[in-house]
Design a protein around this ligand. Structure first.
Ligand code: AMP
Length: 175
């Protein structure tokens, strides 16, 4: 679910027309730079999934890494990076996903997740859901079991949740 954690919004800076006209970019660097807010965001993401066992936390390049790594540490889970194509050095699984114009590719190391492992996905923003959905497909290709998706914030108008099927989706705040 999306809770209305107004304190999260207090630390997120809207940037109009970035990276292109018509887009309001949600800049999370003020939150990351504030010790209390960063810690609370990580703690709250962990709390949202207190009732599930997690073997691996997947972070999506690149802002997802910043949140997923401390969540993994708190859960005593492994951390797994999902990266843009060409960045990972070993054998990969690859998924293509749609952008507003064209497509992009995400990759994961083939041995990063073992069949049956329980996986939590963490990213900063859920927008259209295309990035998170492609990450979910990578995890399932490797036999991982997705226990949920956690985000700092979601852009509710874009309804990214609908692209994540029946999976549990938690965001700390919604716009
Ligand atoms: P999407 O695949 O449309 O859900 O986009 C999600 C990815 O794009 C996330 O990794 C975000 O970091 C980034 N993103 C999309 N829209 C925004 C936005 N308005 N502000 C900041 N980041 C965004």
């Amino acid at each position: 679910m999306a809770a209305n954690a107004t304190w999260v919004r207090d630390h997120i800076r809207p940037i109009a027309d970035y990276p292109k006209p018509g887009i309001t970019f949600r800049d999370i660097t003020p939150l990351l730079g504030n010790a209390a807010a960063f810690g609370r965001a990580v703690d709250d993401l962990v709390t949202r999934f207190h009732d599930v066992a997690v073997d691996r936390v997947v972070g999506i390049e690149s802002r997802g890494f910043i949140l997923a790594a401390p969540v993994a540490y708190r859960l005593r889970s492994g951390f797994v990076p999902v990266r843009k194509a060409g960045k990972l050095p070993w054998a990969v699984a690859r998924e293509e996903y749609e952008l507003e114009y064209g497509t992009d590719k995400l990759e994961i190391h083939r041995d990063a997740i073992h069949p049956g492992e329980r996986v939590l996905v963490v990213d900063d923003v859920l927008a259209t859901g295309g990035t998170a959905a492609a990450t979910g497909r990578l995890i399932e290709t490797l036999g991982g079991v997705i226990v949920g998706f956690g985000f700092l914030l979601e852009l509710a108008d874009l309804d990214g949740r609908s692209r994540l099927g029946e999976h549990r989706v938690e965001s700390l705040t919604a716009y």
